[in-house]
Design a protein around this ligand. Structure first.
Ligand code: PAF
Length: 286
């Protein structure tokens, strides 16, 4: 059944009021649209856990530090609604930017520490935009549960930190990255890849797997990463922003995976910036 598309807060509050009164759980899946199977896996997780499910679609201008990236971000609302029909969600919340951020909007939610590295360092202001909009989406929807993909692992940790720090009554669930058959992590920006770039893009995951395996075998991170960067350049990537080993809980930089660790990468291919991360070891024998 096609879910109602709500665009103003009054209608959303009318929808959620009886849910709240009945003590029902409300699962929220925040998205920027251009839905793919990764998003749909979050919707399925929300449906399995919660009495009610709201999917939000909002291309949040505050989290884009590059105006061209905002302009080119894929927008596919009709197709998104069609993809969601089989999940029987309770609503799509699709607010207008002018209502989300009316003139004189003056509040920013900012998470320190976790945001200093990787995406935070390469995209100034990005996580302030994410934390601000997610706080608004949580309160607008009266979320009790929220579902985020591990594909944006740093974002997941930032949202968890913010939710705890602000005592927001929301349980944040992290869900596994969904990959295409060739290993490419599903992402809305993949739609921007040309056919030729799309065939090259899985090299990122392949190299990350190779480095992770090298580390598990006791290899040296710097050597493995230098070779990985060179192979990515040969595969057509023009720039590798980072290829970092970091602690799974606090994103502290590591040289060896002597505690639960993930490998993180961001690289550009034919003008499209791809990010990915994989677990190197999530359990370390003591
Ligand atoms: O991951 C995204 O799509 C966005 O960063 C989010 C969480 C919907 C906030 O705009």
């Amino acid at each position: 059944m096609t879910a109602p598309i709500l665009r103003n807060l009054g209608d959303l509050r009318d929808l959620t009021r009886p849910f709240i009164r009945a003590g029902e759980t409300i699962g929220v899946v925040p998205t920027m649209g251009a839905l793919h199977d990764g998003h749909l896996s979050l919707v399925a997780a929300a449906k399995a856990r919660c009495d009610r499910v709201i999917v939000t679609i909002f291309v949040n201008p505050k989290q884009f530090n590059n105006p061209d990236d905002l302009k080119n971000y894929p927008r596919t609302e009709v197709e998104d609604a069609r993809k969601l029909a089989r999940f029987d969600v309770d609503a799509l919340w699709v607010p207008e930017a002018e209502r989300m951020y009316p003139p004189h909007f003056a509040t920013t939610v900012s998470v320190a520490g976790l945001t200093d590295v990787m995406e935070g360092a390469h995209r100034p202001g990005h996580f302030d935009g994410v934390a601000t909009v997610v706080t608004k989406l949580f309160t607008q929807t009266a979320a009790t549960d929220a579902f985020f993909g591990e594909k944006d692992y740093q974002q997941l940790l930032v949202v968890r930190r913010m939710t705890r720090d602000l005592d927001l009554p929301v349980t944040v669930h992290g869900c596994p990255t969904i990959r295409d058959i060739d290993g490419l992590a599903l992402a809305s920006r993949n739609l921007l890849l040309s056919d030729r770039a799309r065939t090259r893009a899985p090299a990122l995951f392949t190299e990350m797997e190779r480095i992770a395996e090298g580390l598990r075998q006791g290899g040296d991170l710097e050597t493995l990463a230098t070779r990985g960067r060179a192979r990515l350049e040969t595969a057509g990537f023009t720039w590798v922003d980072y290829l970092d080993l970091r602690g799974q809980e606090n994103l502290a930089r590591l040289d060896t995976p002597d505690r639960p660790a993930r490998l993180f990468a961001a690289a550009r291919l034919a003008g499209v910036r791809l990010i990915d991360n994989i677990a190197v070891n999530d359990q370390v024998a003591l």
